[in-house]
Design a protein around this ligand. Structure first.
Ligand code: SF4
Length: 704
């Protein structure tokens, strides 16, 4: 059966069954939705990524469709401090259009900004970028993926000339002899992925995990390296140092397929394992065991995720692991390579189609004259009318309501009041706006601050495409129509474009299939080339891997087999050096604070906190700390504690665990209010990617 065959199961014009994918993370597990008398039933289906598995979030995803919190009418706030009240669509869209025009008339085009999300479909991400550049002519657009994947994306682009999270199918993990996971906890964040790790283990392969916490994944590992947060880069350089001194490099690969190794060789020569042990706490013996396990097998895979990336040196940290993989000759060989585990549902596609500040569709740069000319041609506008690059997400939000920032913000698919670093600051900037518009299907914490809330469809009510963590383009398929009073984001953008109609160009379509076709034309010739992908082609198989430039040509499940997409076809080494966290510990703030996720919640929790089964499984935030630390500060299991940084505090019950280092405390970031972990986090940014340093800051912990 093809991937699309099941969509044919219909009664009259309405399907009773739809083969689609989970609305949450980037694994995009295959699932079947069935209409039942009282709602929607979710069943797992066999797909190459999840192979019949789902996690608890996927099983319960249908519970939100008819949730009492579901918004089914636009809401308007008539005066600052007033209540949100129901309104018609005509009134709400009219209010948005009039206020946008007024703000731009008074302050210029850049006074209106857009903020998107890594969970939006490819079609929506593309339409948002086009709406910003053509309709609003603002340079200010960015999205929450800047906080998830941007450091790995920047590192991949500069090393390989392209950014596709996994440049190989996920099944390659099962063929590896050694898998090194750095700052990744898939056993908790995407459990079905562990089926591929189980394949590796059954074949006698080894799993090595680098994580400051003994996570569910680390507990399954053959070897767990538990470095001090923020020292991963030094660990990677030490591993390469060992490979170099032991003669384990793939010299032919380095000579024939890469450039720039000599400077890296000189740099890592100074990363003596004993010194890196002193810095990171990882024993020299474990460093040697890891290097040997990677270098002396036929096939090895190195994967990084948020733990390595969410630092003010995230790009360099990822680069250090890419250097290691290149020196061992891993990228481009089946069952071997380097990859990044993308997190959000469309974290991959969301960063390809133009909702990033510096980007046009097809992963083109907005400051590239040839790219501007091509995309402007598709949009039917003069390339000179397209704005230039904007600023990354945190800088965009941080400047809101200030003389240098936007005065109006339209938010789609994001909840920055909970998910942004230094969230209290971001919340204050949102309150300073002349106009805040939020499109969502519940009253998220960000929607609660809005002047206009626009109710949108959920995943089971819309068609479109997503691109999973492998770069595989998938079909999202609707089971049912949205409730009366609800519209899709594409319909909202098309309606606003028509009302504003300032930018000229061809009309912005509201039909997702039309948008996808236009996206394909706009991406043609770019690094992320979708020109050869159609919905029918996706339906006829288990998705299509980009780049896929021709309708009649092949797609690309595995990249880098012969060459890298750089001008000379070679991958590029970059020498990188360790530097301390942006905020070192001190007498007043003597502990390291790090954040992460739990299995039963997703991102800011606006969706999963409303699902009863998930709420029972993970009812609230907590602060994980080592029993020795707890004893020192007089805290017992379950007692309320305060975690205080220079930016704010969170209060939550203590959870005592030997899984964490005594010098580090951890909190998940899914909860708002007093339990908001991002009240504490640091807004120091990576200078290349704009990624905030979510994973480490200095705090003190005390009984609350
Ligand atoms: S949340 Fe991720 S791992 Fe869980 S079912 Fe959905 S796609 Fe699969």
């Amino acid at each position: 059966m093809t991937d699309g065959a099941r969509t044919a199961t219909r009664t009259g014009s309405r399907p009773v069954e739809a083969a689609t994918h989970c609305p949450y993370c980037a694994l995009q597990c295959g699932m079947v939705l069935r209409a039942t008398g009282g709602g929607v039933e979710v069943a797992a289906r066999d797909f190459p990524t999840n192979r019949g598995g789902l996690c608890q979030k996927g099983w319960t995803a249908g519970d939100l469709l008819d949730h009492p919190d579901r918004l089914t009418t636009p809401l308007l706030r008539d005066r600052p401090g007033g209540e949100l009240r129901p309104a018609t669509w005509d009134e709400a869209l009219g209010r948005v259009a009039a206020r946008v025009q007024d703000v731009q008339h008074r302050h210029g085009p850049d006074a209106v900004a857009l903020f998107g999300g890594g969970g939006l479909t490819n079609e929506k991400a593309y339409a948002l970028g086009r709406f910003a550049r053509v309709t609003l002519r603002t340079r200010h657009i960015d999205y929450n993926g800047r906080w998830c994947m941007s450091s790995a994306a920047a590192a991949g682009n500069r090393a390989f000339g392209i950014d596709r999270g996994l440049p190989f199918p996920l099944a390659d993990l099962g063929r590896a002899d050694t898998l090194l996971l750095v700052g990744a906890n898939p056993a908790e964040t995407m459990p079905p992925l562990m089926r591929h790790v189980a394949d590796l283990r059954e074949r006698g392969g080894r799993l090595i995990v680098v994580d400051p916490r003994a996570t569910a994944t680390a507990r399954q590992a053959d070897l767990h390296l538990q470095p001090l947060p923020g020292t991963d880069l030094a660990v990677a350089n030490a591993l390469l140092h060992i490979a170099l001194t032991e003669g384990w490099l793939d010299r032919a690969y380095v000579a024939e397929r890469t450039t720039g190794f000599d400077e890296v060789r000189r740099t890592v020569a100074g990363y003596w394992p004993a010194e890196v042990e002193r810095l990171s706490g990882v024993p020299v013996a474990d460093l040697y065991a890891t290097a040997r396990a990677l270098a002396t097998v036929d096939r090895a895979v190195v994967l990084t995720a948020r733990g390595a990336e969410q630092h003010a040196k995230g790009v360099d940290t990822v680069t250090a692991f890419i250097n290691l993989a290149l020196a061992l000759g891993l990228p481009g060989r089946p069952g071997s390579g380097y990859g990044c585990l993308t997190g959000q549902g469309n974290g991959q596609g969301g960063r390809e189609h133009g909702q990033k500040a510096d980007q046009l569709p097809g992963y083109r740069r907005i400051d590239d004259p040839a790219a501007r000319e091509h995309v402007a041609g598709v949009w039917g506008v003069d390339p000179d009318t397209l704005p230039g690059p904007g600023v990354p997400a945190y800088q965009l939000l941080d400047a809101l309501g200030t003389p240098s920032g936007a005065r109006a913000l339209l938010v789609f698919g994001s909840n920055p009041v909970v998910s942004a670093p230094r969230a209290a600051r971001v919340e204050s900037r949102l309150r300073a706006l002349d106009l805040l518009v939020v499109a969502d299907f519940v009253r998220s914490e960000t929607a609660e601050l809005a002047d206009v809330v626009l109710p949108v469809a959920q995943w089971a009510e819309e068609d479109g495409t997503m691109t999973n963590l492998e770069g595989r383009v998938l079909r999202r398929r609707a089971l049912r129509e949205p409730p009366a009073g609800v519209r899709t984001e594409l319909e909202i953008l098309a309606a606003l474009a028509e009302r504003l109609s300032s930018g000229g160009g061809t009309p912005l379509p509201a039909d997702p299939r039309e948008v996808f076709a236009e996206l394909g034309r706009a991406s043609s010739g770019g690094p992320a080339d979708y020109a050869g992908i159609t919905w029918d082609r996706i339906d006829a198989d288990t998705g299509v891997f980009w780049p896929c430039p021709d309708r009649d040509g092949p797609d690309t499940p595995r990249l880098f087999t012969d060459r890298f997409p750089t001008p000379d076809g070679r991958a590029r080494f970059h020498a990188v050096t360790h530097r301390p966290a942006a905020e070192p510990v001190c007498a007043d703030y003597p502990l390291h604070f790090t954040t992460g996720r739990v299995l039963a919640q997703y991102q800011s929790g606006a969706q999963t906190r409303r699902v009863a089964a998930l709420r029972r499984a993970a009812p609230g935030g907590f602060v994980e700390l080592h029993p020795d630390l707890a004893a020192r500060i007089g805290v017992t299991e379950g007692a309320p504690v305060r975690v205080v940084s220079r930016r704010g505090e969170l209060r939550a019950p203590a959870r005592l665990s030997t899984a964490i280092r005594p010098d580090t405390v951890f909190a998940p970031f899914h909860w708002p209010g007093a339990q908001r972990a991002n009240s504490v986090t640091n807004d120091a940014l990576d200078p290349v990617s704009g990624m905030p340093e979510f994973k480490i800051c200095a705090v003190r912990v005390e009984p609350a």
